[in-house]
Design a protein around this ligand. Structure first.
Ligand code: VG1
Ligand code: CO
Length: 543
């Protein structure tokens, strides 16, 4: 076994501010590319000598090969130890937990999250810090700087390490511990939730369908829902992680989890349906003919979390990303909880969670989580829902009805325009920025603009400032549209248009959201000229 230094040249790294790097798989597989980015991570965190790291991924194409490269590079750079999931698998929330309970110096997660996988699709690598959370901007910026100046990397020339057996092994002087990726995570869930009550619910005939979308949550959900909680065998479907996610798009929303939606809205629907994404941090919740928007889910969980043992003392506070609906704010106001509004991306919750200011956090993009780890957590959200249903004896629809009756309903939808020409997307945003002072008072599609600005955030814990976090247009009488460009897409620009309107009239609370939001949708197009500027007739995805 020999340590070699390979000469290389800079790569096009991640956009500054984004938590990891996502690219087409063939870009990652190109000569030196993965190695360069891994070296940039090592450089950005001040080297790995003497450190212990966690390593795992969502099982997508190239996961197994990339793991071997990362191990060889870490060993060549005097890393003390790597804790790796069996077969290099680990969900994002489980990796976050592992980093925390083993008090490591961080971890590397191989995933492009909900993006499709396979030789023609996406791969990704991200670094999580010792608190278990996505690297904050200060760290990702250092990594980005390193990608621009890299000249060489060190790597061992060695055979593959066998990662198929749990136990201790080594590579050069570096220790490698292959762990069961599920066990510690399952133990954590058992501490937080009333497994007895959930098991009794299943025992009583309550039926669940959990769609793992051929991604990483399959083994976790099978072990927890079927083996420990007694849900009937077959309750977890698409449970074996496959390199291309069965050819699907592992994004748990009504579009990409359509099979599940069809079953849940069909004649013989189970009582509860759920899905998770590629790396296991997102969730979708759906009852019998009752889809729960992520924004509503966050609000409902905040209102009822005390029914689970892990949250029986109540919540320190709640936080949501700016584009997420204000439903949770209404719960916070009524219950006297602090409520924080952060930029998009889980990393912005990290300080609030570490400081004990927020217990529950969520994003409109199907992310919900708590201070149990420092990532959003798909299966956690499903278990909290089940715990609440078990304790209240209500159906999902009843929970929604009761919630809206008490707090009002924030109708919500997000429209995505994907693969838009970069210049057109930037042009749309710039044109809006130029009109912040003139928009208020003007009417569009019958709605009068009350405010227009661009969101920026000052972290209340460390004072760091993040600008340019999405354009917000508020309407008189409530109602809002937010325009943002995605930071995770890999082709062109993705324009996200977030639409929201508040309804407090109980007679109006059961409309289709697209219908209830029709005037906000029309106003958004009239204000921004979406059709004209993007050349699109309508969004690619409505969630
Ligand atoms: C999207 C979502 C955002 C989420 C991010 C990562 O980002 O909108 O809410 O935090 O994905 O989620 P963007 O920049 O494309 O809008 V995941 O499940 O990829 O870790
Ligand atoms: Co994800």
């Amino acid at each position: 076994m020999e340590r070699i230094t390979v000469q290389t040249t800079p790569i096009e790294g991640q956009k500054p501010g984004t938590s990891g790097l996502r690219k087409k798989t063939n870009v990652f597989m190109a000569l030196h590319f993965l190695e360069n980015f891994v070296q940039a991570i090592f450089t950005g965190i001040g080297g790995v000598a003497g450190k212990t790291l966690v390593l795992g991924g969502d099982g997508r194409y190239f996961n197994d090969r990339a793991a071997q490269v990362i191990l060889r590079m870490a060993a060549a750079q005097d890393c003390a130890k790597i804790i790796v999931g069996r077969d290099a698998l680990m969900s994002t929330p489980a990796a976050s937990n592992m980093i925390r309970i083993r008090k490591t110096d961080g971890g590397i997660i191989m995933s492009a999250s909900h993006n499709p996988g396979g030789p023609k699709e996406d791969f990704g690598v991200k670094f999580n810090t010792p608190n278990g959370g996505p690297a904050p901007e200060e760290v990702t910026n250092r990594i980005f700087e390193a990608t621009k100046v890299i000249e060489s990397y060190d790597i061992m020339q060695a055979q593959d390490v066998d990662l198929s057996q749990i136990g201790e092994t080594s590579l050069g002087d570096m220790a490698i511990e292959v762990v069961d990726p599920v066990a510690d995570y399952a133990a954590l869930m058992e501490k937080l939730f009333d497994f007895g009550a959930i098991a009794a619910l299943f025992e009583s005939g309550f039926r669940i369908r959990f769609d793992a979308m051929h991604a990483i949550t399959g083994p976790y959900a099978k072990s927890i829902l079927e083996d420990r909680l007694g849900a009937p065998a077959g309750s977890v479907v698409n449970a074996v992680p496959s390199p291309d996610f069965g050819g699907g798009h592992p994004d748990p929303n009504p579009i990409w989890a359509k099979d599940l939606m069809d079953i849940m809205y069909g004649a013989d629907a189970p009582d509860f349906g759920a899905a998770s994404d590629g790396d296991g941090d997102r969730n979708m919740i759906v009852g019998k003919s009752a889809y729960v928007t992520p924004s509503d889910s966050l609000a409902l969980l905040a209102a009822n979390a005390h029914l689970a043992p892990g949250y029986s003392e109540g919540l320190a506070g709640v936080a949501r990303s700016m584009p997420t609906s204000g439903a949770v704010d209404r719960v916070a106001a009524k219950r006297g909880l602090d409520c924080y509004e952060t930029p998009t991306g889980w990393k912005f919750f990290g300080n609030l969670l570490d400081a004990g200011r927020a217990t529950l956090c969520g994003e409109e993009s199907a992310g919900t989580g708590s201070d149990h780890v420092r990532e959003k957590d798909g299966l956690w959200a499903v278990l909290l829902w089940l715990n609440i249903l078990a304790k209240t004896g209500k159906s999902v629809q009843q929970m929604l009805d009761d919630h809206w009756a008490e707090f009002g309903r924030n109708y919500y939808s997000r429209h995505d325009y994907e693969g838009v020409d970069n210049a057109a997307a930037e042009g749309l945003m710039d044109a809006l920025r130029a009109r912040f002072s003139t928009l208020p008072g003007q009417s569009f599609a019958g709605r009068t603009v009350a405010s227009a600005d661009e969101f920026s955030y000052d972290d209340p814990v460390d004072g760091s400032h993040s600008a340019g976090q999405g354009i917000r247009i508020g309407f008189e009488g409530g109602g809002r549209v937010v325009f943002r460009l995605s930071g995770t897409g890999t082709v062109g620009a993705t324009l996200r248009v977030y639409l929201e309107d508040l309804c407090e009239d109980s007679a109006e609370m059961h409309k289709d959201p697209q219908e209830a939001l029709a005037d906000i949708i029309a106003a958004a197009d009239a204000i921004a000229g979406i059709r004209e500027r993007t050349g699109r007739d309508g969004p690619d995805v409505r969630t």
